[in-house]
Design a protein around this ligand. Structure first.
Ligand SMILES: [Fe+2]
Length: 212
């Protein structure tokens, strides 16, 4: 997996996923609380405009669009004032994104980013045994629409689904999450312990998961 260094403060790096823009059926599939698709789309556009500035980075974890209608695509892109790092989801049409690659800083299936000394695996799909997890790495993903939330609470892994319909987004009332706010979630999971020390204890210590 490619490793990309991002020189930006965590509070300026935003993540989103599973917007399912222009996907009418997602309203019922995900039980999204909008009367019409247009209501959902204008909410998404307004949040992007209100939250992001040109000093941010937006990392999309996949399934941004359903279909390829140019006017909708350009309309949404015009609401994002900062560089976009794109992870492809199962509903994203790769060819279409590559044809519009000018909008994106990067288009990948999955990638490891390094922010400061922190390594973070990014993928649309959850990867259960992800790179650097044994030394304090993190994973941020989408795709599961909250279906794995209960399972993820029971396992001592530093991985989280932050997609539009995930529990993480619902609890926070937004689909845009700064890396800072995601660190807060992991800090709760490790009880404030440094991630490397926590991983060392969990995976290599006396009570190691792998040496019961
Ligand atoms: Fe997906």
């Amino acid at each position: 997996m490619k490793l990309i260094k991002i020189n930006k403060e965590p509070e300026k790096i935003f993540f989103t996923g599973d917007l399912h823009y222009q996907h009418k059926n997602i309203l019922t599939l995900d039980d999204r609380n909008y009367e019409t698709l247009e209501d959902m789309e204008s909410y998404i556009r307004a949040e992007l405009v209100q939250t992001l500035s040109d000093d941010n980075i937006l990392i999309d974890l996949g399934d941004m669009f359903f279909g390829t209608r140019d006017n909708k695509f350009h309309g949404l892109m015009s609401c994002i004032p900062c560089p976009i790092y794109k992870i492809l989801g199962n509903h994203d049409k790769e060819k279409y994104f590559r044809e519009h690659s000018d909008y994106f800083e990067m288009i990948e299936d999955s990638v490891i980013i390094e922010v400061g000394n922190q390594r973070i695996t990014l993928s649309h799909y959850p990867i259960l045994d992800f790179p650097y997890m044994y030394s304090g790495g993190l994973e941020i993903f989408g795709h599961t629409h909250g279906h794995l939330d209960n399972f993820l609470k029971t396992i001592p892994y530093l991985m989280v689904d932050i997609g539009f319909s995930s529990g993480f987004s619902k609890e926070r009332g937004t689909f845009l999450h700064s890396l800072d706010s995601i660190y807060n979630y992991f800090d709760e999971k490790t009880s404030g312990k440094n991630y490397s020390a926590w991983a060392n204890e969990k995976y290599h210590g006396q009570d190691s998961l792998w040496n019961p």
